[in-house]
Design a protein. Structure first.
Ligand code: FEO
Ligand code: CA
Ligand code: CA
Ligand code: CA
Length: 758
């Protein structure tokens, strides 16, 4: 047993002592051994499997990923056996590698710069590479698997041996993209072009033979960039707010940017959210006046979306030259026209949507679905499909104090559309007409969806902003949501819907603005965002929701179109040792404690929940991670009061609703990533036996001054794992990995009652 494992068990012990519900203090190792060995005996009988489990426990944090002895075959059973988590929890660690349980293998599949064609040179990874239109982009984020038949000629929803991966390339670690790091403004055109081109999406074919590998030269391989033509569809198409010099009709735009989470539509297309697009645009210091002053509608809108005049752009692409592909990033009102068709004052209104791409068809134009509103779309996930009922899409707006939204289609679901002849026009049918709602949460565990409709007097008569029409409501969805009093949330990130119960889970990653006694633009604690605390002794020392939580919602009557719901909190992120009356409300232990949940997905095969972290608060102890759990149902926990002492000495009590506390049987850490990364993006093959995960921006903290000094890089992954050029001194690269079980089994669980936990 190495030191780290000893510490882990000591931490387990300490956490357990703080749990008032635990009587006695047996050796935690004894308890763990008993639990694991009993489960193993029940599952696969005694023998080599038991040895493998204990081998993996000893290997946690030190030797994960190694081959394990093949488990004994499962004995014949007379009926379905319940699903059980079947891996030893991975220890928190700060290693510069991907750690998975013993008996699993994590392999790099597709990293920044990897060529998509045979004619594209191998990635040198020294800043000299070009031609990213045929290479992997940067900052892999959301991803999704789309099955192919054996011949690779057609969609096969159940295809697990051959498929197309859709991948979001959210952002960039610019210093590593150039030989000597980033050149300041004015940006050299070649640098700006490269930085643009590494954004967008990848579609790449993947085959299993026998391991999973991406295929160069597949006809499905495709990069989408910020220059790829896109159609704006739905109610805002052609509206005055979308007219630009590029599209005077207001029907098209170029490209997509900062694509964060991803999901799939019920008809087999890729569904991706445009998140922090605001940061890419430049706005001059005198633009308020140019647009008619601070009270002008256009200025109110820009400010609400975080674009004050004088705001710099993230990359300075607008400084790279007079060509239109650079100029478009300057949204200042510079033209003389009344309608904006001679400049790019409206360009930002063509970003901030859910986009839909048919991964099987390069010809059909990519759609930006304006009916689903414009905000910092993390991603969107569909509710369960019921024939004859409308479809629901749930969406988070990831910024401090922003909202949770739901779109409900006008069209009722036709099961034949699960495999339509034309996927993208099926998307037109369901996603271009419907109602957009925003969530309001009540302290008693109920809530309502408030429609964002121009007919609502609270919207039509809103003093802050005079909405012109419903298209204006959709483009300025945040302002309409303000008008109806939606609940300000702790940064809604990914959403996921349980494939059996239909319950919605939303990660609320953290919120440094959540306070007991808020001032200014801060947010007060409430039932659904109930925590505000400090993380002493380590930073951040100012109070807020440091570690985030995961919201759970059940629609009234389990109806997609319901306008009321109930809610509770599935999990509160926390460090295992934190106070269980105020902070560690879910009583997390060393085996499953986490901070800043972000990615979340249910296996469509087994129903396990997978939670990923994008954290900066617990990174003094561990790199970001992925946990696997067997979730319960809304209401399986209890109401809990949190008492705060206000500055005047009085007590403020917040009543929240905590889901059933997880145990080692229901939540375990499955994977820990390399240094300075975010774990994000998650999908699986339909057979549930291969898991794809994205490792985003390992070692992203790097200055221009240190770009020539590999000793100063925080991470060298995946070069240090033997992938690509550079070896132990490589520049770090974002990458998609594939995780499989050495015995070919289901990821994370054993049992035969798949999707049958309820
Ligand atoms: Fe791109 Fe909210 O994470
Ligand atoms: Ca995210
Ligand atoms: Ca995040
Ligand atoms: Ca801490």
């Amino acid at each position: 047993m190495n030191a780290q494992t000893k510490n882990e068990l000591a931490a387990l012990h300490a956490a357990d002592e703080e749990n008032a519900n635990t009587s006695g203090n047996p050796s935690l190792l004894d308890v763990l051994e008993q639990r694991l060995s009993r489960r193993n005996m029940l599952r696969v009988g005694v023998g080599s499997a038991g040895a493998a489990v204990f081998g993996s426990l000893a290997a946690c944090g030190g030797g994960g990923g190694g081959a394990a002895a093949a488990p004994a075959p499962a004995p014949a059973t007379s009926g379905p056996t319940p699903l059980k988590l079947s891996f030893a929890p991975v220890a928190k660690n700060k290693d510069d590698r991907v750690t998975v349980p013993a008996g699993y293998t994590a392999s790099v599949l597709y990293a920044l710069g990897d060529p998509l064609t045979s004619a594209t040179p191998a990635y040198a990874n020294d800043g000299s590479d070009t031609g990213f239109g045929d290479r992997a982009g940067d900052h892999h984020d959301g991803l999704e698997w789309f099955g192919l038949d054996a011949a690779g000629t057609a969609r096969l929803a159940t295809g697990s041996e051959r498929g197309i991966l859709g991948i979001n390339h959210e952002a960039t670690t610019d210093q590593f993209l150039h030989v000597a790091g980033v050149t300041a403004n004015p940006r050299p055109p070649a640098e700006a072009d490269k930085e643009m081109e590494v954004h967008g999406l990848t579609f790449v074919e993947v085959r299993k033979a026998p391991g999973y590998a991406y295929q160069k030269d597949s006809a499905y391989n495709r990069r989408v960039t910020p220059l790829t033509p896109m159609e704006l569809t739905g109610p805002v198409r052609g509206h005055a707010l979308l007219k630009t010099k590029h599209s005077i009709a207001g029907t098209q735009t170029r490209g997509t940017i900062n694509n964060c989470g991803a999901s799939f539509t019920p008809w087999g297309t890729y569904f991706s959210g445009e998140e922090n697009w605001v940061n890419y645009f430049f706005r001059s210091a005198t633009d308020d006046t140019a647009r008619g002053g601070a009270a002008a509608k256009g200025v109110v809108s820009l400010r609400r979306y975080g674009k004050n005049q004088g705001a710099a752009s993230r990359h300075g692409w607008e400084t790279a030259g007079a060509d239109d592909r650079f100029v478009r990033w300057n949204i200042s009102q510079t033209g003389a026209s009344a309608d904006g068709t001679d400049d790019y004052r409206n360009e930002m209104n063509t970003y901030g949507y859910m986009i839909e791409v048919d991964p099987y068809d390069k010809v059909q134009a990519i759609r930006k679905r304006t009916a689903l509103g414009r905000f910092a779309h993390e991603m969107g996930v569909f509710g369960l499909q019921v024939a004859g009922k409308p479809l629901a899409v749930y969406m988070g707006d990831d910024s401090r104090g922003e909202y949770v939204y739901k779109f409900v289609s006008t069209a009722a679901w036709n099961a034949a559309d699960a495999n339509p002849a034309n996927r993208i026009t099926t998307g037109d049918k369901y996603l271009d007409a419907g109602k957009l709602y925003v969530a309001k949460f009540n302290a008693d565990g109920s809530g309502s969806w408030i429609e964002l409709n121009i007919a609502n007097p609270a919207i039509a008569g809103y003093a802050t902003y005079a909405f012109a029409d419903q298209a204006d409501v959709l483009v300025n969805a945040r302002i309409a949501a303000d008008a109806v009093g939606a609940t300000k949330m702790d940064r809604p990130e990914w959403s996921a819907v349980h494939p059996v119960t239909g319950e919605l889970y939303v990660t609320l990653t953290n919120n440094s603005n959540r306070k007991v006694e808020p001032t200014g633009s801060q947010h007060g604690v409430d039932a659904v965002n109930p925590r505000s605390y400090t993380d002493a002794p380590t930073a951040p020392a100012t109070p807020g929701n440091i570690n985030g939580h995961i919201l759970r919602v059940r629609e009234t009557g389990d109806e997609s179109a319901a306008t009321t719901f109930t809610w509770d909190i599935y999990l509160f992120g926390a460090e295992a040792g934190m106070d269980q009356t105020k902070i560690n409300l879910s009583a997390l232990t060393a085996d499953n404690d986490f901070s800043s949940p972000d990615g979340i997905r249910f296996s469509q095969k087994t129903g396990v929940v997978m939670v990923e972290t994008d954290d900066g608060a617990y990174t003094d102890v561990t790199n970001c991670m992925l946990l696997i759990g067997l979730p319960g149902r809304l209401g399986d926990g209890a109401v809990q009061a949190i008492n705060y002492t206000k500055l005047d000495g009085s007590t403020l009590t917040v009543q929240t609703r905590v889901g059933a506390r997880p145990t080692l049987d229901t939540l375990r850490r499955f994977l820990v990533g390399p240094i300075d990364c975010e774990i994000t993006g998650i999908t699986e093959t339909p057979d549930g036996r291969a898991l794809f995960v994205n490792i985003q921006h390992p070692g992203e903290t790097i200055s221009k001054a240190n770009i020539g000094n590999p000793a100063m890089y925080l991470s060298h992954w995946p070069g240090n794992a033997g992938y690509g050029a550079g070896g132990a001194t490589a520049r770090p690269r974002s990458a998609t990995i594939v995780v499989t079980r050495d015995d070919g089994g289901l990821i994370g669980v054993d049992g035969t009652a798949v999707l049958n936990n309820f």
